[in-house]
Design a protein around this ligand. Structure first.
Ligand code: GLU
Length: 457
């Protein structure tokens, strides 16, 4: 059987690093097993779902290196859910309930005050046709609950019913169906909650592995029962731990916290995001992995911790620098071109500056210096200005190469008697306008001798 996974966000906002973790776990799992990845938009909530968010999610996935084999929208599949609901109703496992939220809350409170678990007592199952008709006449519309198979003969006497599965991430897992209320699958207004459409799609789309956050572990008990009620073999499940902020708060799509788009705009490399999103909270060391196939090699779902992991954006900076510092020119060239960095000098320039970059975009700043010289030079003392002027007089004839810097500074050293910082810092300031930056031996061959001499202080 082909491994088939899906990433199923609601398009109600921009995805964040926690959502990216789920998407990447699925993508890498599919890569490892030569499987398929379905992008499914859970947009049954038509009020809050927006096409612009779906488009933005697809853009973010592409940027991360995820290329879905198929894209589907739940909002286009309502007739499939209607058909499944009809089947469940005729099997007697989807039953109408007429309680208002206030009535349900009261029942909950009564149970809690008696120190009983607040599990729905199936009162609506006792309604006969006349009771239902009376409710309808009074203007009430039913919501529909799925009758969990947690009883032997009498639904009012549930007994411990363990649903077990071997979780791809967490190992053996169990949910007791008797500890749960029959879930509402259809609201009063006929709209669907997430559970039924999700299971119907997973069946019809041939999903073999459902990999998602561990906030869904309890849902899995219900969903396995629903797969069975619909006559389908349940797929395998995997639940990864969630990421939180450094202060331990959950990430939210709606708040836009740490969105993938925001990280991209801040100049973070996609592989820095992917490396952290996948390796954080696992027994693997977090390090910058340059390509998706290499990340797939490192990906071990069962090495994931069971408790939530704190996501520190500072770590992205570290990974980003590491990726840039070893990035080959071939891999940077197109983006450098976009910054106006091209021609014969582009490759040696990249090799010279990459070790000093926070973001790839910073290369533009150094290119500017190499092409046009530093704009404002930090003030040199009078003494240093004289020193630099004399040093410029000793500049070897062009063209300059890697040996030029040593040749030049050896001569300057001999002539001036200066050494160390006193020798190099004024020269660095005069050449680049900055007190730190790439190796000058690498930069000098990129400079134009005539232009430089014109800047003799
Ligand atoms: N739309 C659901 C969510 O974003 C999907 C959960 C699942 O993967 O089944 O939580």
């Amino acid at each position: 059987m082909t491994v088939t996974v899906r990433f199923a966000p609601s398009p109600t906002g921009h995805i964040h690093i926690g959502n990216a973790r789920t998407a990447l776990f699925n993508w890498l799992f599919a890569q490892k097993h030569k499987g398929r990845f379905i992008q499914r938009f859970d947009d049954t909530d038509v009020q809050r779902s927006k096409q612009e968010y779906a488009d933005a999610i697809l853009y973010d996935l592409h940027w991360l290196g995820i290329f879905p084999d198929a894209i589907d929208y739940q909002s286009k599949r309502f007739e499939h859910y209607d058909a499944a609901a009809k089947r469940l109703k005729s099997a007697g496992v989807l039953y109408p309930c007429y309680e208002t939220p206030e009535e349900l809350e009261l029942k909950r409170k009564i149970l809690l005050s008696r120190r009983l678990p607040p599990v729905y007592g199936r009162d609506a199952l006792k309604l006969n046709d006349a009771d239902k008709a009376a409710h309808e006449e009074a203007g009430r519309k039913p919501h529909w609950r799925f009758l969990l198979p947690n009883f032997a003969g009498d639904p009012f006497a549930p007994t411990r019913t363990e649903v077990q599965w071997s979780d791809v991430v967490r190992g053996s897992e169990t949910v007791d169906l008797a500890s749960l209320s029959d879930p509402v699958l259809v609201r009063e207004d006929g709209t669907y909650l997430y559970t039924l459409p999700s299971v119907v799609d997973d069946i019809e789309m041939g999903v073999s592995h459902i990999i998602r956050g561990d906030d869904h572990v309890t849902n899995t008990g219900v969903q396995i029962a629903l797969f069975n009620a619909l006559g389908a073999e349940p797929p395998a499940f995997g639940h990864h731990n969630l990421l939180t902020t450094v202060s331990g708060e959950g990430l939210s799509k709606r708040s836009g916290a740490l969105s993938i788009a925001g990280l991209r705009e801040a100049g973070i490399e996609s592989m820095a995001v992917a490396s952290l999103a996948v390796l954080l909270g696992t027994s693997e060391n977090v390090s910058a992995v340059p390509t998706m196939p290499e990340l797939a090699e490192r990906f071990e779902p069962e090495a994931t911790s069971k408790s939530a992991s704190k996501f520190d954006p500072e770590e992205l900076g570290v990974l980003n620098r590491a990726l840039l510092h070893s990035m080959r020119f071939e891999d940077a060239a197109t983006r450098l071109l976009g910054l106006g960095i091209s021609g014969d000098k582009a490759e040696p320039f990249w090799i010279a500056v990459r070790g000093n970059l926070e973001t790839l975009g910073d290369a533009a700043h150094w290119w500017q210096i190499v092409q046009n010289g530093p704009g404002a030079v930090e003030a040199l003392s009078d003494e240093d200005r004289v020193f630099v002027r004399e040093a410029f007089d000793l500049l070897p004839e062009g063209p300059w190469d890697h040996a030029t810097w040593k040749l030049w500074t050896d001569q300057v050293k001999e002539k001036s008697g200066r050494k160390g910082k006193g020798l190099f810092m004024p020269l660095r300031l005069a050449l680049t306008g900055q007190s730190s930056g790439p190796e000058l031996a690498d930069l000098l061959p990129l400079l134009d001798p005539e232009e430089m001499l014109a800047r003799r202080p």
